[in-house]
Design a protein around this ligand. Structure first.
Ligand SMILES: Cc1cc2nc3c(=O)[nH]c(=O)nc-3n(C[C@H](O)[C@H](O)[C@H](O)COP(=O)(O)OP(=O)(O)OC[C@H]3O[C@@H](n4cnc5c(N)ncnc54)[C@H](O)[C@@H]3O)c2cc1C
Length: 575
């Protein structure tokens, strides 16, 4: 079938829904989502959304922007960070007005708590900046935006999976979409398409990310010849539940929780004397890994499971039950531990992609030289770049709503002045034939390839990376991509064939793993989350530049784009 809309939004997380809401003010808008919208990963966000409201103590957007730049180890585009911090305030109030039930201060204002790397007066000490709804902030954002979209007549296509991009030169004219329920392949024609498909943490074995976070948007665009920006920067969150990776929000440390090694030492005193447990995530993750590597971690069953302790027991039961109720629940369910009484066992977990689809501050896909007409991206799959080499906690939710909203507004304007471009309707049949081939021939099961990819990415392109490890990862991923050609399904049904989807998603993860590993091997310095013992220092002379990595068969060609350092001069990061 061929559908026609003015605007197609791919993804129903925070970024996609906000964009849809704004685009829908003038444009006939469809949201295509492989999940039912409320199951998007935004719903898992616990800690909060950063905005300098100043409800608990003095705060300013300028301080927020500075913290974002410094936290990102100066690889952040500074004008974009300024917009992020300034528009965060209005956007949070906008969400409040649309019905978001924030937690409150005793005076009835939106409550705020501390989070890593967020400081007052350019680094003096921690500041209360994270607005939250208990530890269910993302869920509340989704509820609010979804109900507003429904109210405003946005069309939803749930459990429809976008598989290809339709381009006419550098103009986007639509997408090719696989419908889970029927197995049919459709064409969606559109004047503007926005990708908001979220992250791709599933390329790693220990990850906080949901099963669906397979980077479909960036992979589809990469295969259409669009380069990806800064893919070497992947954030490892310091506190995942040991062995499982399920996230324990930084909000626990924001409320006063502390990290301890096996000797009971508060080891962050040695790594970040001012910010302590609230230093940025890259630093805390490295501190934990160093404690473990030097023998002061707690031994797990397997080496990969070694951990340290996150202690919130001194906060008292009232704080634990009111401020972090879902975390307390996870710990009881998965670990049989009550965090009001005992420390939680934690280890770094692959959490957030700083890199992704390169965009300008209006969400338009912009590779530094070429702006793709009618093609937009926002949210975790995009790289504006406001997170640079390391994202601060609470800054992703801000990114989603600020840049999702901006992109939606731009689309609302743009579609009024253009007509639909040409689409190749044969693309649907060609894709159907590809899916049919997966069913008719006998071949390999995708499971072993998936597991090997995840293991090699966690072990070799993890918190610490060196040359030989990354080269090994690149070689392994290349081999797995070849093996992937022989993967076939066992289930040949047309209806609800999730096995087909799993194969398409594995292909996306393999492509993005290759781009990530090659970009990482290429960057010969340590900056933010990219930490190389063989090149331990940040090298601004050689490497203060964004990577652009273009996928071309089994090769990745590399180019660069300059960083906007127009406001603050790069300095060493001290916390
Ligand atoms: C456990 C956890 C806790 C977090 N806590 C916080 C926090 O407290 N504060 C903070 O700032 N950040 C937090 N983050 C990060 C933040 O939640 C995410 O970066 C953000 O929610 C991503 O939002 P998104 O809109 O870009 O994508 P998502 O919310 O991931 O949504 C992606 C959407 O794309 C759709 N999609 C994907 N592929 C396709 C396809 N091929 N076809 C059609 N649809 C597709 C999905 O159906 C989904 O609707 C957390 C992340 C995790 C994993």
């Amino acid at each position: 079938m061929v559908y026609e809309f003015d605007a197609v939004i791919v993804g129903a997380g925070g970024a996609g829904l906000y964009a849809a809401l704004e685009a829908g003010t003038t444009a006939k808008t469809a949201v295509i989502s492989k999940l039912y919208p409320m199951r998007s990963h935004t719903g898992a966000a616990q800690g909060g959304i950063g905005a300098a409201l100043g409800n608990v103590e003095e705060d300013k957007p300028e301080w927020h922007a500075f913290d974002t730049v410094k936290g990102g180890d100066y690889l952040v585009d500074q004008e974009a960070a300024r917009i992020l911090a300034e528009e965060a305030v209005q956007t949070v109030y906008d969400l409040e007005n649309r019905g978001l039930p924030f937690s409150r201060t005793p005076e009835g204002r939106i409550a705020q708590r501390r989070f890593g790397g967020h400081t007052r007066n350019f680094g003096e000490g921690p500041v209360h900046r994270s607005c939250y709804a208990a530890d269910r902030t993302g869920n509340m954002i989704l509820q609010t935006l979804y109900q507003q979209c429904i109210k405003n007549d946005v069309h939803f296509f749930d459990e429809f999976q976008v598989v290809e991009l339709l381009l006419d030169g550098t103009r986007c004219t639509g997408v090719v979409v696989f419908e889970l329920k029927t197995g049919e392949v459709h064409i969606f024609r559109a004047k503007a398409v926005l990708f908001a498909t979220g992250g791709f943490g599933r390329m790693f074995r220990i990850t906080s990310n949901a099963l669906a976070n397979t980077g479909d948007g960036p992979a589809v665009l990469a295969r259409a010849g669009i380069p990806m920006e800064d893919m070497e920067f992947f954030q490892f969150h310091p506190t995942g539940i040991k062995g499982m990776g399920i996230l324990i929000t930084e909000g626990v440390r924001g409320e006063g929780g502390i990290l301890l090694n096996s000797k009971g030492e508060r080891f962050m005193e040695r790594y970040a004397p001012t910010m302590l447990d609230l230093a940025p995530r890259d630093m805390v993750s490295r501190a934990i890994m160093t404690e473990i590597l030097e023998g002061r971690g707690v031994r797990g069953d397997r080496e990969i499971d070694d951990w340290v302790m996150l202690d919130a027991s001194h906060l008292g039961r009232d704080v634990v039950e009111s401020k972090i109720p879902d975390i307390a629940d996870f710990c009881r369910t998965y670990l049989a531990i009550d965090p009001a009484e005992e420390p939680m066992p934690v280890q770094p977990t692959a959490h957030y992609a700083m890199g992704g689809i390169p965009t300008d501050v209006h969400g338009r896909v912009d590779t530094g030289g070429t702006v793709y007409e009618g093609l937009y991206a926002a949210g975790e799959c995009a790289c504006v770049s406001v997170h640079g080499a390391n994202r601060l906690g609470t800054n992703s939710l801000v990114d989603l709503v600020v840049f999702g909203r901006r992109a939606g507004k731009h689309i609302a304007e743009y579609v009024q002045n253009v007509t639909h471009g040409p689409v190749d309707e044969g693309a649907a049949q060609a894709y159907s034939a590809r899916v049919a081939k997966l069913k008719t021939e006998k071949g390999k099961h995708p499971g072993p390839i998936y597991r090997e990819m995840q293991s090699v990415m966690t072990a070799k392109v993890g918190v610490y990376r060196n040359q030989s490890n990354m080269q090994e990862a690149i070689d392994t991923i290349r081999k797995l991509r070849e093996q992937f050609q022989d993967v076939r399904v066992q289930d040949t049904a047309d209806n609800f064939n999730t096995e087909v989807l799993a194969i398409l998603e594995l292909e996306n993860l393999l492509d993005l793993s290759l781009i990530t590993a090659v970009s990482a091997e290429n960057r010969k310095e340590s900056r933010g989350a990219h930490s190389r013992p063989d090149y331990p220092d940040r090298d601004d002379e050689g490497w203060l530049k964004h990577t652009l990595a273009r996928l071309d068969g089994d090769k990745v060609s590399l180019d660069y784009k300059s960083v906007d350092v127009g406001i603050w001069e790069p300095k060493p990061r001290v916390y």
